[in-house]
Design a protein around this ligand. Structure first.
Ligand code: ADP
Ligand code: MG
Length: 593
């Protein structure tokens, strides 16, 4: 073979390779998951492009993955008929770290100071192509892109800072299209080249890959063969001449090798929900989204009629790290398929409002064109209907968590995604009815456990018309405010809004079950106990005192009034009916500093 041209790895790649090679990983076997997922991605890309350019398929119409092992020499071949790579793509993809999951991995590694964490992180993110070096000390990638008429070979070794690329000129090696990866296993890892072991790993890691994965297996069938008669037996037969003379045969096993389909290729969302177990849904979730925690809830549904699509949605157990998740809706959380062909995971924003961007799932539509683009999605009436249904299903799913026997589940949900729902109050008026029952707040009668608005309403006094709230920076300061005195005396419950976004969210809701939200710090608080007679007397008696105080305070206050809202404090500062509440003012100030 000709000597290849030598290239240096990008610095990050070298660092990653060092890490992989020089650390001991207990779950080395993830290499297979990573390499199969790359093969599957390459097939997805080809299938997607072939929709508009059927020429691409002409050299090989089968889209599959084949894994062949040589256990005596410790070699594994992983062959796909996908999009392959051009020479330049080999350099760009296998010598640098672009936007892949690998970059995410390196970042997480940097963030975690715990050196032992990397083992876990590999399982969580995967390190992509380079995970081949977990088990191999030499990797050869031979690849043929339909956009190039030449086949190229990339070759790299563990512990090296460079790799080589050359043209594959040996006709014996030629593949019509796609990629053949060859792993030369490290001495201690040769066991991975056992066909049964590979098949077991494929079953375990790749049951949700939507292309057939064949493994090269030794098979056998039994065969009857004639054997020479044993003389003693022959004698016995002669004496017993009532039985018909039979030829002696023996059963032998004939061995041969063949490809065996090793995964289930029907996408899980096409199956009947009644026949899929929770474990299967959870497995699918973990494999598809590289998650290691089980989801809090899932929902599998089909819609028919006007618009037809299938979907499985999930609520994750924890929010993605970094608060930019709520601001930046590009989360790759929704994988869009059209007629089973994976299209993109970039369209979350078109299918879900950003406050629900934490919802993960797959969507498969029969009504969208395969060459769908963002522009088409944004204009499409079908997508508008899909979006509505998806949002509704997401809310049903969240409501389901809130009604679960296990109160902790919803507490977990609220901890992670409560902020998102409050953002929904501000951004999605249309769904107020669905969001409001999911909200949780502390209150004057429940400082430890949050309550729902339904619980509040149930606890309302017969004559009580409104829902009272006070916004504050903590439960303690809410509890100690003089505004509360009269309400506590009357045993009226007051919501404590202690999260900065709470007040704005509530103001957007305006009411719940026809009960208005009332800020107890605003002037004019009417507790339904107005006594006109008494007020008149008070006004006469203290009117001049008020005028005097107003004169002394001047512009510092808007007005000084007699109030019936206090019971033990002599006076209180309240906000005007139309102005900002004190809490809002505090917020605005903190934003401008
Ligand atoms: P990721 O899959 O997250 O992009 P990887 O390290 O696994 O990161 O792979 C890097 C890139 O190498 C892929 O994005 C792809 O462009 C290319 N690649 C890897 N394996 C294959 C393959 N079997 N066929 C075509 N391209 C591949
Ligand atoms: Mg990958």
């Amino acid at each position: 073979p000709s000597v290849g041209e030598k290239y240096e790895y990008q610095a990050e790649v070298s660092r990653l390779m060092d890490l992989i090679v020089n650390s001991l990983y207990s779950n080395k076997e993830v290499f297979l998951r990573e390499l199969i997922s790359n093969a599957s991605d390459a097939l997805d890309k080809l299938r997607f492009l072939s929709v508009t350019d059927s020429e691409l398929l002409k050299d090989a119409s089968d889209l599959d993955i084949r894994i062949q092992t040589d256990k005596d020499n410790g070699i594994i071949h992983i062959i796909d008929s996908g999009i392959g790579m051009t020479r330049q793509e080999l350099i760009d993809c296998l010598g640098t770290i672009a936007q892949s999951g690998t970059a995410k991995f390196l970042k997480a590694l940097k963030d975690s100071k715990d050196a032992g964490a990397d083992n876990n992180l590999i399982g969580q993110f995967g390190v992509g192509f380079y995970s081949a070096f977990l088990v191999a000390d030499r990797v050869v990638v031979s690849t043929k892109s339909p956009r190039s008429d030449k086949q190229y070979v990339w070759e790299g070794e563990a512990n090296a800072s460079s790799y080589t690329i050359r043209e594959d000129t040996d006709p014996e090696n030629h593949i019509p299209r796609g990629t053949r990866l060859t792993l030369y296993l490290k001495r201690d890892d040769k066991g991975f080249a056992h066909p049964e072991r590979i098949q077991k790993l494929v079953k375990n890691y790749s049951q949700f890959v939507s292309f057939p994965i064949y493994t090269w297996q030794e098979k056998g069938y039994t065969k009857e063969v004639e054997v020479d008669e044993d003389p003693a037996e022959a004698k016995k037969d002669e004496q017993d001449d009532t039985t018909e003379k039979k030829k002696k045969t023996k059963t032998v096993v004939e061995k041969y090798w063949d490809w065996e389909l090793s995964n289930e290729t029907q996408p899980i969302w096409l199956r009947n929900p009644k026949e899929v177990s929770t474990e299967e849904y959870n497995e699918f979730y973990k494999k598809t989204f590289n998650e290691y925690l089980e989801p809090l809830a899932s929902s599998h549904f089909t819609t028919e009629g006007e618009v037809e699509f299938r979907s499985i949605l999930y609520v994750p157990a924890i929010a993605a790290t970094g608060k930019d998740d709520i601001v930046n809706p590009k989360t790759k959380n929704i994988r869009l398929h059209v007629k089973r062909v994976f299209i993109s995971d970039d369209f979350d924003g078109e299918l879900f409002p950003r406050y629900l961007s934490f919802v993960k799932g797959v969507v498969d539509s029969n009504d969208l064109p395969l060459n769908v683009s963002r522009e088409i999605l944004q204009e499409s009436r079908i997508v508008r209907i899909m979006r509505k249904r998806l949002v509704r299903k997401a809310f049903d799913m969240i409501l389901g968590i809130s009604m679960s026997e296990n109160r902790e589940d919803y507490e977990k949900f609220w901890d992670n995604f409560g902020k998102h729902l409050k953002l929904g109050c501000i951004e999605d008026r249309e769904n107020h009815k669905r969001i409001a029952p999911l909200l949780r707040f502390f209150s004057s009668q429940s400082e430890e456990d949050m309550i729902s608005l339904d619980e509040y309403v149930e606890n309302m006094k017969p004559e009580q018309k409104d829902i009272y709230f006070i916004a504050s920076d903590s439960i303690t300061s809410a509890r100690n405010t003089p505004f509360l005195e009269r309400l506590l005396e009357k045993d009226l419950e007051v919501l404590f809004l202690v999260d900065p976004i709470d007040e704005v969210a509530i103001q957007n809701l305006k009411s719940y079950k026809e009960k208005n939200f009332i800020d107890i710090t605003k002037e004019d608080l009417d507790l339904g106990d107005k006594n006109e007679e008494k007020e008149k007397i008070m006004k006469q008696e203290f009117g001049q005192t008020c005028d005097w105080i107003k004169k002394r305070l001047g512009d510092k206050v808007a007005s000084v009034q007699i109030s019936n809202r206090l019971s033990s404090s002599p006076c209180v500062l309240v906000s005007g009916k139309f102005g900002w509440s004190a809490n809002m003012e505090r917020l605005m100030k903190s934003q401008t500093v």
